[in-house]
Design a protein around this ligand. Structure first.
Ligand SMILES: NC(=O)c1ccc[n+]([C@@H]2O[C@H](COP(=O)([O-])OP(=O)(O)OC[C@H]3O[C@@H](n4cnc5c(N)ncnc54)[C@H](OP(=O)(O)O)[C@@H]3O)[C@@H](O)[C@H]2O)c1
Length: 247
């Protein structure tokens, strides 16, 4: 198989960084595009990955998913500089703590949805054309959350959300994933639940190492063609294969 080109958004730190690290370790002949809001942060992340001994080809793509012009410029850059894209991992995401008096509710919903939903919709619609033109097996993996699952949330399996706008945005992300899967049969669309990982996102209070959280994305990105149908997936503990999360 010829080397794949794989882009991970928000990969300069946190789970995105771990996804890139784990992918490049497992499949060093592939070509990785490390999405970061600034080239400087992207290059620092690559330097750090090199100190870990990673030798895969890794390039920075400057990309702010909250900006349509940045997404369009990134697609143009990937198209002209690298010629194609096989796997897109929409990992970049935010949560904005809501004030007790709800004074920032409007800002919290607007900014969270702009990044977590509009940003992913723009990424998919902007990059899909290139992916379908250049890849035999285009895959889009949207980093979601167990919080997205209406089934888990409504059956007492999850405590109340600390940030409702965030949980609702991830449910909407799952809906977006389902809609694209229906509309675009020539590509695979996955939502992935990394689990509660220790990152800046939660003040490093998560229970999992981000490299463990990355496993589900690595599995969905590198599995042989056709192994996983469109769906919402997780990979827990020592499992070797991903399992479905209820929508
Ligand atoms: N941590 C968890 O327990 C957990 C659980 C379930 C799902 N998730 C999901 O996993 C993903 C990564 O979370 P994380 O824990 O790694 O968070 P994190 O440590 O806060 O890292 C977030 C990453 O996203 C980037 N980012 C934020 N806004 C962006 C934008 N507009 N454009 C491009 N990049 C942007 C950040 O870039 P900067 O460095 O420039 O800020 C950073 O690289 C998110 O989608 C999150 O919802 C996390």
């Amino acid at each position: 198989m010829s080397p794949r080109t794989i882009l991970v958004t928000g990969a300069n730190r946190g789970i995105g960084y771990s996804i890139l690290q784990a992918l490049a370790t497992r499949s060093p002949s592939d070509h990785f595009l490390l999405g970061a809001r600034t080239t400087k942060n992207g290059n620092s992340a690559i330097e750090e990955l090199r100190t870990l001994g990673l030798q895969a080809e890794i390039d920075v793509v400057e990309l702010d998913v909250a900006s349509e012009s940045s997404i369009k410029a990134a697609e143009e850059y990937v198209r002209t500089k690298f010629g194609g894209l096989d796997v897109l991992v929409n990992n970049a995401g935010i949560a904005i703590l809501e004030e007790a008096d709800h004074s920032n509710l409007s800002k919290s919903y607007a900014e969270t949805f702009n990044t977590n939903i509009t940003g992913v919709a723009l990424m998919m619609s902007t990059f899909l054309c290139l992916m379908k033109e250049t890849s035999q097996d285009p895959r889009i993996i949207n980093v979601s959350s167990a919080r997205a699952s209406l089934q888990l949330s409504s059956t007492g399996n999850l405590p109340p959300s600390r940030v409702i706008s965030y949980s609702v945005s991830k449910t909407a992300l799952n809906a977006l994933t389902v809609e694209y899967a229906k509309a675009e049969p020539d590509a695979r669309f996955y939502a992935a639940s990394p689990g509660h990982c220790k990152t800046a996102f939660n003040g490093f209070k998560g229970t999992k190492d981000p490299l463990d959280g990355a496993k589900v994305v690595v599995e969905l990105a590198l599995a042989e063609k056709g192994k996983y149908a469109n769906g919402f997936w997780q990979l827990e503990g020592d499992d070797k294969e991903a399992s479905l999360v209820p929508w």
